[in-house]
Design a protein around this ligand. Structure first.
Ligand SMILES: Cc1cc2nc3c(=O)[nH]c(=O)nc-3n(C[C@H](O)[C@H](O)[C@H](O)COP(=O)(O)OP(=O)(O)OC[C@H]3O[C@@H](n4cnc5c(N)ncnc54)[C@H](O)[C@@H]3O)c2cc1C
Length: 384
């Protein structure tokens, strides 16, 4: 964190060439800043709070493309690419930062309790088979043997390649690794406007302006609140609130991530579990509610009756940034070509952060245009 003195000095400095300002220090902004700094760019990252304080702090950290995009389509293609590079991204970061991260590719179980649920699982299995993805069908007794803690269910699909990671820990690690590569993290600076200023880009904040060659806008749900020169309408990113519980489990733990029709459960080695998540249109309200907590408590007790003996640790809420088509918005602005959008990751920001960072660094540092931009371009919504 830079102190006020540093911050003011920095605001007066004219940026040298290849300076990149990243707006937003959630998991996406931190991944982008880390990748750019690691590859030699001069990076500043600015957040109105601190690293990982937005949707990221509430995230369950699951890496589960098949649960998030069970019908296939462009989101599944993008999410699969996101998963494919995860091992190498984490290995590189851990090596670079000399840390180990809570990262597990132990598979996920999706259980079905109803006929409709079984039909949905069978459909997912056929999508996976068509893509050559390994998945195992478990009947009631297989499931009982595998996860005795669960209430009896009709069937389940085990997808071994999926997993989870500690999203907050990953974000903190990327932020500090970015700083070790020379990036500057500026906290408590609210960006109001992004504009061109002569040959440079100017990022106007409530405490002065930053300048750079390029700006990456990664402000999650708040991305549409920042005014951009030459753009009349706000970027169509809507906050979708998600609430999540953290419980201290008592008795035998689940061995892997489990999804049901009503909730999912992520078991940690320390005996805590995360239970998520509500999906609510609550505007920019980041608070947890009695109704949200109650919904998740009921759902987890229905899935695993021994949850009623767990103790309550915390409830968290975050605003998932959603575009109207639920695909991320990643790519160059048509109004300001030195502005790159990296937002609207909706339910998959943890899964897609490394891929987002890689394609943006390829674009900015190597002039490589990833084919994914065709799907994720901001221009699909107009002249942004
Ligand atoms: C309950 C829940 C569970 C989830 N589970 C998963 C999961 O299992 N797997 C998965 O992949 N994804 C999951 N997600 C989604 C994931 O958390 C998000 O997609 C991801 O965190 C978005 O990251 P981000 O960096 O774009 O946004 P954020 O984390 O919201 O970060 C944006 C940052 O920008 C800052 N900011 C905003 N406006 C300004 C401004 N004007 N000036 C300066 N800074 C600004 C904010 O303070 C914030 O720090 C979940 C989300 C929730 C809520």
């Amino acid at each position: 964190m830079t102190g006020n003195f540093d911050l003011n000095v920095r605001f007066q400095t004219v940026a040298p060439s290849r300076d990149i300002v990243v707006v937003g220090a959630g998991i996406v902004g931190c991944a982008v800043a880390y990748e750019l700094a690691r590859r030699g760019a001069s990076v500043e990252i600015i957040d109105d709070r601190g690293a990982g304080m937005g949707a990221t702090q509430a995230s369950a950290g699951m890496l589960a493309p098949f649960n998030e995009a069970p019908d296939g389509g462009p989101l599944l293609d993008i999410a699969l690419r996101g998963l494919e590079i995860y091992d190498s991204f984490v290995a590189q970061l851990c090596d670079d930062a000399a840390v180990t991260l809570n990262y597990r590719r132990s598979g996920t179980l999706e259980v079905a309790r109803t006929d409709a649920g079984v039909a949905r699982l069978a459909h997912t299995q056929s999508v996976l088979a068509a893509r050559g993805v390994d998945a195992e069908w478990l009947d009631r007794s297989d499931l009982r043997r595998r996860e005795p803690t669960l209430a009896p269910s009709a069937a389940a699909l085990f997808i071994p390649s999926q997993g989870f990671i500690g999203a907050a820990e990953l974000t903190r690690t990327m932020a500090s690794a970015a700083r070790r590569h020379g990036a500057r993290l500026i906290e408590h600076g609210r960006v109001k406007r992004i504009a061109r200023h002569g040959d440079e880009m100017s990022v106007v904040t409530d405490r002065g302006s930053l300048t750079g060659d390029t700006v990456v806008l990664a402000a999650g749900s708040w991305s549409g609140q920042i005014s951009v020169e030459g753009v009349d309408a706000p970027l169509p990113v809507t906050p979708i609130r998600g609430q999540l519980l953290q419980l201290q489990w008592s008795g035998p733990l689940l061995t892997r991530v489990v999804w049901s029709e009503r909730c999912y459960v992520v078991p940690w080695d320390d005996g805590t579990v995360l239970v998520g998540a509500t999906v609510e249109d609550a505007g920019f309200d980041e608070r947890t509610t009695v109704a949200g907590v109650q919904e998740l408590m009921a759902a987890v007790c229905d899935l695993a009756p021994s949850a009623s003996a767990a103790t309550f640790v915390a409830a968290r809420a975050g605003l998932r940034p959603a575009a109207p088509d639920h695909l991320p918005i990643i790519g160059r602005s048509s109004a300001l070509p030195s502005l790159i959008y990296a937002t609207a990751h909706y339910r998959n920001g943890v899964l897609l952060a490394p891929l987002t960072a890689r394609v943006i660094a390829d674009l900015l540092l190597d002039d490589r245009i990833d084919p994914m931009f065709e799907q994720t371009t901001p221009m699909r919504f107009g002249a942004f």
